[in-house]
Design a protein around this ligand. Structure first.
Ligand SMILES: Nc1ncnc2c1ncn2[C@@H]1O[C@H](COP(=O)(O)OP(=O)(O)O)[C@@H](O)[C@H]1O
Ligand SMILES: [Mg+2]
Length: 246
């Protein structure tokens, strides 16, 4: 079945225009201990993603891609080096500050969608709003607009088990954006989709993030996918092997 997603651009966004988050890493390393050995999951990585840019991250399994996203999300701390979000060094932030920043400013899209099976599509999409205690009368219209935007208005009461992979990932994209974050982190968001559905998903993600001015950092194995980025880095053994700007 071919899924067609309805994408409404500029005019439907209006006042929701968001500024993107600027991300900078300065000689960042992350070491893990595995048995008796120390592994450099990231090794002196420096990079800059400007507000509203889309950075694609490639590299073989184990090259440090997820570690990079975890650090940017503040889910993990660098062993060395410093990271800056909107020009502010996050090494000095307290955990509470990081958690708050993450909740308000970051949206995640994962390979495995991570939808909650016992919640409907609209409740899954509204999760970041449910978590801050927004009432149904407030979140429902917001979610409804977004579901229309990604062509899923008729599926809003469906449970994840009743949705296709592409539909689940569209819900996950809405969930990542519903609270107006300034940074989207996507870890192989198309990894579990067939290539056509994956392409549509990327198109949606790219369109929406560009439209809103949100910064997007996306990990992918697929060079075709990476070609959508404004910039591309390839990691190998925790180092930037190659980088290209477009
Ligand atoms: N929590 C951890 N503890 C120990 N080693 C880890 C941990 N997370 C990642 N690593 C190691 O760091 C390296 C990079 O992992 P990861 O960032 O997950 O790579 P990728 O996402 O590119 O597959 C791998 O060698 C992995 O085994
Ligand atoms: Mg990974």
């Amino acid at each position: 079945m071919v899924e067609t997603a309805v994408i409404k651009t500029k005019e439907s966004v209006g006042e929701n225009q968001i500024r993107g988050c600027e991300v900078r890493l300065d000689q960042v390393s992350k070491h893990y201990i595995q048995g008796k050995e120390q592994v450099a999951a990231l090794d002196k990585v420096s990079l800059e993603v400007k507000a509203g840019e889309f950075l694609a991250v490639m590299g073989a399994s184990g090259s440090g891609k997820s570690t990079l996203l975890n650090l940017v999300a503040g889910l993990d701390k660098p062993s060395q080096g410093d990271m800056f979000l909107n020009g502010r060094a996050i090494s000095g932030w307290k955990d509470k500050q990081l958690t708050l920043f993450r909740r308000q400013e970051i949206g995640f899209v994962f390979q495995l969608f991570n939808l909650i099976p016992t919640l409907s599509a609209e409740e899954n999409a509204a999760l970041p709003l449910l978590m801050v205690g927004e009432s149904r009368s407030v979140w429902q219209p917001k979610v409804s607009d977004w579901l229309k935007r990604v062509g899923l208005e008729n599926q809003r009461k469906h449970y994840p088990a009743e949705l296709s992979g592409g539909q689940m990932q569209r819900i996950a994209i809405v969930r990542a954006l519903i609270h107006h974050p300034s940074l989207i982190l996507a870890d192989e968001p198309t990894g579990n989709l067939d290539s056509k559905t994956g392409d549509q998903m990327l198109f949606i993600l790219k369109e929406i993030t560009e439209d809103l001015g949100v910064t997007l950092i996306m990990v992918t194995h697929d060079p075709m996918v990476a070609a959508y980025g404004h910039a591309l880095i390839t990691l190998k053994d925790g180092r930037i092997l190659d980088s290209a700007a477009r």
